[in-house]
Write a protein that binds this ligand. Structure first.
Ligand SMILES: [Zn+2]
Ligand SMILES: [Zn+2]
Length: 84
């Protein structure tokens, strides 16, 4: 079961509103699945800085996760593309 750390109207990185820019789902961990809603730009920061508070999974977990057909949804395609 997916655990959401915040609601989809506030960004967990900068606590800005979803009105500022669209929020997307970032996986903080895959096993168990924990998801945070963050701005597109904030999401880029998580992965490029990186913000380790927001990355609590092991190398390879995302591959394992997305290799599972049932987990392939439209939203998560963004994550896969960003190698999260
Ligand atoms: Zn933000
Ligand atoms: Zn991500």
């Amino acid at each position: 079961m997916t655990e959401f750390l915040n609601k989809n109207d506030i960004c967990l990185v900068c606590f800005g509103s979803s009105l500022d820019s669209k929020l997307l789902k970032h996986h903080i961990s895959y096993f168990p699945e924990r998801v945070a809603y963050v701005h597109y730009d904030c999401h880029n920061r998580i992965h490029s800085v990186p913000l380790t508070n927001f990355i609590q999974y092991d190398e390879g977990d995302s591959r394992k996760f997305y290799d599972n057909e049932s987990n392939k949804t439209k939203d998560q395609t963004i994550e896969a593309r960003l190698k999260s």
